[in-house]
Structures are given as structure tokens and as C-alpha cells.
Design a protein. Structure first.
Length: 169
């Protein structure tokens, strides 16, 4: 029987890269507006596999991206390794996500490559704001769907997700 994975906000996880080094992310919130999914903050800096970083240094480093995912599933599938725990240093109130209903396609149709029908929200917001075309700070919003663990690993490794989703320009 699989071991139960217990995670809490503040937990820090690593992802092993193809070169053997590691990158880290921290579990920072649950977003009730997105299936009560786990929200993570991924960091840019890469560390040697045999080095355990100082968590205060790690968490004050540059953020690569934020995403919704299922951490427990990622740990069970050995995509993520639980490394420790620390306080959340920055606020989550300014993290912005985006979504559109312009994904997927009917049989025989071509998928929509550019959407002008976006909506944005912040973690646990009561409403989603329909914005249409993404402009200004809304262009910095991260894709807000719940991302499977293997796609989080792909984004950490390559900087891009490995699934088809509309862009905004």
C-alpha cells in the first residue's frame, strides 16, 4: 500500500533536472476558486544535487513561475521530493492567474492558437474578471488551470508547458 503523503503550506520540494541538479518550489496556498488546488512558487536558481540550499536564501531568490497542481500526486509519482519547510516570505495577494474557454477543439476543427477571451483572478478571489484581450499587467498572469505534476516538471526543466493551450499574441 502506498505511503500517505502529508503536505502543508510552507513545504519545500525539489525536482531533479536532466543534468542531475535540482530546482525547488514551495507550496504557498490553496486556491478554492480552482478546485482547492495547491498553488506553488517555483524558483529559478539551480542547485547541485549534493547541496542542500539555505532555505532563506532559496526563498528570497528569483521566482520563475506560479502554478496550480496536485503536490501529493507528484510526490507519489516521484516527480517531486519533499525537502523541508519554511515560512512563506512574500504575500500571495498579487499573484495573478488567467484562463480562457478557447481551448480544445471539435473533430475536424483547428485549435484556437490566440485567444481574445481571457479572464483573470487572484488566489481565492470571489470573482473572475473577464478582460477579453490581455493587456498591461494581465499579460504577466500565469495559466491558471490545474497542471499535472509531469507538466510542472517539464516547465521547470524547459521553461514551457508540454500541452496545447492558447496564447495571447
Amino acid at each position: 500500500m502506498a505511503k500517505r503523503v502529508k503536505t502543508e503550506i510552507g513545504d519545500i520540494f525539489s525536482v531533479t533536472l536532466d543534468n542531475g541538479n535540482k530546482k525547488y518550489f514551495q507550496y504557498i496556498a490553496n486556491d478554492l476558486t480552482q478546485l482547492n488546488s495547491d498553488v506553488i512558487r517555483c524558483f529559478k536558481k539551480e542547485y547541485p544535487n549534493d547541496e542542500i540550499p539555505d532555505f532563506s536564501e532559496l526563498l528570497s531568490g528569483d521566482v520563475d513561475f506560479h502554478a496550480h497542481t496536485m503536490i501529493n500526486l507528484g510526490v507519489k509519482q516521484s516527480y517531486f521530493k519533499q525537502e523541508g519547510k519554511s515560512s512563506i516570505y512574500t504575500t500571495t495577494e498579487d499573484i495573478l492567474f488567467r484562463d480562457t474557454n478557447d481551448y480544445g477543439k471539435k473533430v475536424g476543427d483547428e485549435s484556437i492558437k490566440i485567444s481574445d477571451n481571457w479572464f483573470v483572478w487572484k488566489i481565492n478571489a470571489e470573482i473572475f474578471t473577464k478582460v477579453g484581450k490581455l493587456t498591461g499587467d494581465n499579460r504577466k498572469a500565469e495559466i491558471g488551470i490545474v497542471i499535472p505534476p509531469f507538466a510542472i516538471v517539464e516547465r521547470i526543466k524547459t521553461g514551457k508547458y508540454n500541452f496545447v493551450y492558447p496564447d495571447f499574441d
